[in-house]
Design a protein around this ligand. Structure first.
Ligand SMILES: Nc1ncnc2c1ncn2[C@@H]1O[C@H](COP(=O)(O)OP(=O)(O)O)[C@@H](O)[C@H]1O
Ligand SMILES: [Mg+2]
Length: 338
């Protein structure tokens, strides 16, 4: 039997807008289905990516697996423990890095933060001392361990947040958008640390959420696509990309001056599929078009857009990315622009 670290079965979560909010309690009964029948199995030792745009339900799933909120339906096992029946054992099994939330005390030093949380996790003092030294070393933070966290850069804070999640040496790590808002070089070092050190070397099972397709593609053993609370595909990045076929993708950036871009693409009979992205208030659109024999169609495509009064800003032929697969499956882009 396959050994799984995380299993969810039919997880559903509905938020009621204004829930708990005194002012809205009566007026607004609108509901949001944040997770709709989510069933996933994550193997022990796997680095599993949950890829989806903002609002897809990623953080909600992480919160359920962390026992911070309860699902409305369905079950979830983490490290063999049921989030509903054994939340304490679940919490002892996981390290969580939550996105966008302050999980550190800025008025304490890095070392003081780790000491504080080690006590909170009930790590014995002697073990904690050694572990904190190791983690600071591992993160390259030992030189600045006694500085206040408020003096840290956002990248250093993120490293410290990961160290914090590792204090009790958990089996499973839940990393919610761990590189969000970090500059590219720092993101790169965090990514390779997660993949090489935490996953490959230390053998941690990792659930990582992201809306960066490169991150999911380069780091993860398997990726699940999530949109509007539903899982639409689960597979290795390679196999997902093969869904587009070996064909290349034509990417066109145009300024829409007269006719709409969607009218133009609808009249190109040789397209297998396409995706259009761009800001609503902006006339600049990016179109990704999927077809066989790209080269033989470029001339016609350029003419069609020009005749419709679209100004072509750039044109390139690219290999399919996870974003292309995402567009194909959901009709939706991961970001507004790329
Ligand atoms: N506390 C809440 N109350 C009401 N709606 C919420 C709450 N938290 C999240 N949502 C909504 O649930 C959906 C999923 O949100 P979230 O899980 O944060 O998505 P993601 O992390 O993928 O961006 C979104 O539509 C979001 O607006
Ligand atoms: Mg989120």
């Amino acid at each position: 039997m396959q050994d799984y670290s995380i299993i969810t079965n039919g997880i559903r979560k509905v938020y009621r807008k204004g829930e708990g909010g005194f002012l809205f309690r009566k007026k607004n009964k609108e509901t949001i289905i944040a997770l709709d029948d989510v069933s996933l199995s994550i193997k022990r030792g796997e680095l599993f990516g949950l890829l989806g745009p903002n609002g897809a339900g990623k953080t909600t799933l992480v919160k359920i697996l962390s026992t911070l909120i309860l699902p409305d339906a369905g079950t979830a096992l983490v490290n063999g423990y049921d989030v509903l029946k054994e939340p304490g054992k679940v919490r002892a099994s996981i390290g969580v890095v939550s996105s966008g939330e302050r999980s550190l005390y800025w008025k304490l030093t890095a070392r003081e933060n780790l000491e504080y949380f080690a006590r909170l996790y009930k790590v014995p003092d002697q073990v904690a001392k050694r572990r904190i030294r190791e983690l600071l070393n591992l993160m390259g933070l030992e030189d600045r361990a006694d500085e206040l966290v408020e003096k840290y850069s956002s990248g250093m804070r993120q490293k410290l947040a990961i160290a914090r999640a590792m204090l009790h040496d958990p089996e499973v790590l839940l990393l919610d958008e761990p590189t969000l808002g970090l500059d590219p070089s720092f993101s790169k070092s965090i990514r390779s640390f997660i993949r090489e050190e935490l996953n490959k070397k230390q053998g941690k099972t990792i659930l990582l959420t992201t809306h960066y397709m490169e991150e999911a593609d380069k780091m993860c053993d398997r990726v699940a696509f999530i949109t509007k609370g539903r899982i639409v595909a689960v597979d290795t990045p390679e196999r997902l990309k093969n869904m587009i076929g070996k064909n290349e993708v034509l990417k066109l950036v145009v300024e829409e001056l007269r006719e709409s871009v969607s009218n133009v693409v609808k009249n190109l009979p040789f397209l297998d599929d396409y995706g259009i992205t761009g800001m609503e208030q902006n006339s600049i659109k990016t179109i990704r078009m999927y077809m066989k024999n790209v080269d033989s169609h470029i001339q016609e495509i350029v003419e069609s857009f020009s005749n419709a009064g679209c100004r072509i800003l750039s044109l390139s032929v690219e290999k399919p990315t996870l974003e292309d697969v995402f567009i194909k499956l959901t009709g939706e882009a991961l970001r507004d622009e790329y």
